[in-house]
Design a protein around this ligand. Structure first.
Ligand code: GLN
Length: 321
């Protein structure tokens, strides 16, 4: 394991060094998100053995948004298995924005990736349930198991999204017409919108990521949350589509599976080692937190945990262990 003082230093520096950055803008298409204080900024690392390192507003609750897609993907995959999940939802990047209708038009109304809105609604619809309430409770329980605490819906966020999610409703119907919607499309859209409207902190997000880094066992509760054999599929998809049209930039500069949400959360997972989470509302045009990206990249690079640094990381990590 990397030396604790070194991790805390990297987290503290990533927070202070990026505090002055003011580029980007809060998401404005969801009214609630537009109103969140853009100055908020938190960073947190959790290791696979449960050590926690924090700086700034790491306990401020924000909307999980698209990061929820990873945990619903995990749940659906647990239920139907990775092969069926792959064939029903897909695993390729769309190369287009997360809510693109054109991506569907280009691919016979099939979603390609579970980490864009279309594939996420498709995943939500795959979760077996008697109706929307049961499906929702299973999704919420999965988010809670990953975080190691009881995650709650924000009525304010949910209200704000349910009353403005017309674009996603259109996507849900296109999926239905393409045969990639596995429950009532409007129900799936409604539950998907709820799953985006839960509140988490950067600390929660780092615990959720550390659960992936630890092969599916939550390092704080010690509970197995997903099968170890499903984790590589989740991490692969995060690499391919986790930061949308900038997933390639993230792989190139950070070299870790990641996930962002328009609420300002951003996560990277170093398998077998730790996870790095940050929260800051202003986003780049693709929908990724600007300061979150910078902070996560800085920590990952200082701790030398990029997956593709083979020769480097062997030397560095072994001397740091
Ligand atoms: N709830 C948001 C939506 O469906 C989530 C998008 C995101 O975080 N990229 O548009």
């Amino acid at each position: 394991m990397i030396d604790a003082a070194k991790i805390q230093d990297a987290v503290t520096r990533a927070h202070t060094d990026n505090l002055a950055t003011t580029t980007g803008a809060n998401a404005s298409y969801i009214p609630y998100l537009a109103s969140v204080d853009p100055e908020l900024f938190g960073v947190c690392v959790v290791t696979v053995d449960g050590q926690v390192f924090e700086a700034g507003d790491s306990r401020f609750e924000f909307a999980i948004e698209s990061i929820s897609k990873v945990f619903t993907m995990a749940l659906a995959m647990e239920e139907v298995g990775p092969e069926v999940f792959h064939s029903k939802v897909g695993a390729d990047p769309t190369g287009l924005p997360f809510n693109s209708v054109m991506a569907l038009e280009l691919h016979n109304d099939l979603p390609l990736s579970p980490l864009v809105n279309a594939g996420a609604m498709s995943s939500t619809s795959l979760v077996s349930a008697d109706g929307p309430e049961e499906r929702w409770q299973k999704i919420l329980a999965m988010q809670s198991a990953f975080a190691g605490r009881s995650i709650q819906l924000s009525d304010d966020v949910n209200q704000s999204e349910q009353t403005t999610n017309f674009h996603n409703r259109a996507i849900a119907w296109l999926l239905y017409s393409g045969g990639a919607m596995y429950s009532d499309p409007m129900e799936a859209c409604e539950v998907y919108t709820r799953q985006c409207s839960t509140l988490i902190t950067a600390h929660d997000l780092a615990v959720m990521g550390a659960t992936l880094a630890a092969g599916g066992v939550n390092p704080l509760t010690k509970r197995r949350v997903v099968a170890a054999s499903n984790v590589p599929h989740l991490l692969a998809e995060m690499t391919m589509e986790g930061l949308y049209t900038r997933s390639g930039d993230f792989a190139y500069t950070v070299g870790l599976p990641g996930k962002s949400g328009v609420g300002g959360g951003l996560l990277a997972v170093a398998p077998g080692v730790l996870s790095i989470a940050a929260f800051s509302p202003p986003l780049d045009p693709a929908g990724n937190s600007v300061r979150g990206w910078a902070a996560v990249a800085q920590v990952a690079n200082e701790l030398n945990c990029g997956l593709y640094r083979i020769a480097d990381s062997r030397g560095e990590n072994s001397s740091a262990q």
